[in-house]
Design a protein around this ligand. Sequence first.
Ligand code: ADP
Length: 353
Amino acid sequence: MVETNGPQSNRGADEQSLRMISSEPIGNEPVSDEELRPRALEGFIGQPLLKAQLQLFLDAARKRDVPPDHILLAGPPGLGKTTLAMIVANELQVPIRVTSGPAIQHAGDLASILSSLDEGEVLFIDEIHRLPRPAEELLYIAMEDFRVDVMVGKGPGASSIPLTLPRFTVIGATTREGMLPSPLRARFGFTAHLDFYPHEELERLIERSAGVLGINLASGSARQLSLRSRGTPRIANRLLRRVRDWAIVHDLDEIGPDDVQAALELYQIDSEGLDRLDLAVLNAIVKNFDGGPVGLNNLSAMVGEESETVETVCEPYLVREGFLVRTPKGRVATEKAWQHLGLVPKDDVNKLF
Ligand code: ADP
């Protein structure tokens, strides 16, 4: 694998990394992410429909002996987009070049990456929705016509020289599919939407990771961990490592469900997998805004967090688990949220959405 430009985080993501259950990679942990990444589609846990579609797509390309169409992977952070990109390259036995939208500051940066690709190579662009507009336009043409126009000279005398590229495959990953302009979206022959994982799949994933890391989990412990992992493999793996720390410090040969509970309580992760920030968001809606509706900006200001973090990290899970509803007028806390906070819901709570 050639690392072209390390994916860069925005400020919101940096702050998320301070959270125990952030689904963003923590600065000092990507190496551990690497060791737990399955290398083949077979080892990729869950998402059965997506896997079957991708398998067919890759088999067809192999039979036709051409690089596959471009692939777009959409979904919240930590669900396996990077892992799938690596698996695709591995399955096709081609090299993969890794970059990200924010790492490409000028169209020229992208042109130089494109012009150095080899036949069949995979170009993985993480956070593709954050590419600058000129780079995006250059990418449309490259993806469709396998050509880049290289600018020579400056000012009125500048001219562009078309450069033919070998056939390659772009794999774009995005947490904000809606922010991708439709001409770019239209260039992808296959789009996969990754969704949060059900508990049973996370349980299998935790057992696999425990095997890789040599962690001895007693019966019921993987289940306990899966219930608190917010449907997200990266969080499941991270919690597993923290529980391992607990076991090391307490000299345990085997980690039981009670140890999992005690360790995660120490990290302030509650029985539903909600952490301090999630609870702060729910508390703010209920206590400061009387259950809502409240706009994203007001809410983020109240909890002292970037609105992007609240929107892309907290909310998808809170919405999915039925704690929060997004309405045209703003965010509303559900009856379940009031109850989870130990409060009696307002009478008209269900009329708010
Ligand atoms: P994303 O790119 O969507 O943010 P990653 O691909 O980096 O997420 O996945 C985060 C971590 O979770 C990696 O360590 C990876 O090994 C693990 N992981 C994600 N999805 C799966 C899966 N379906 N099966 C096994 N491990 C997974």
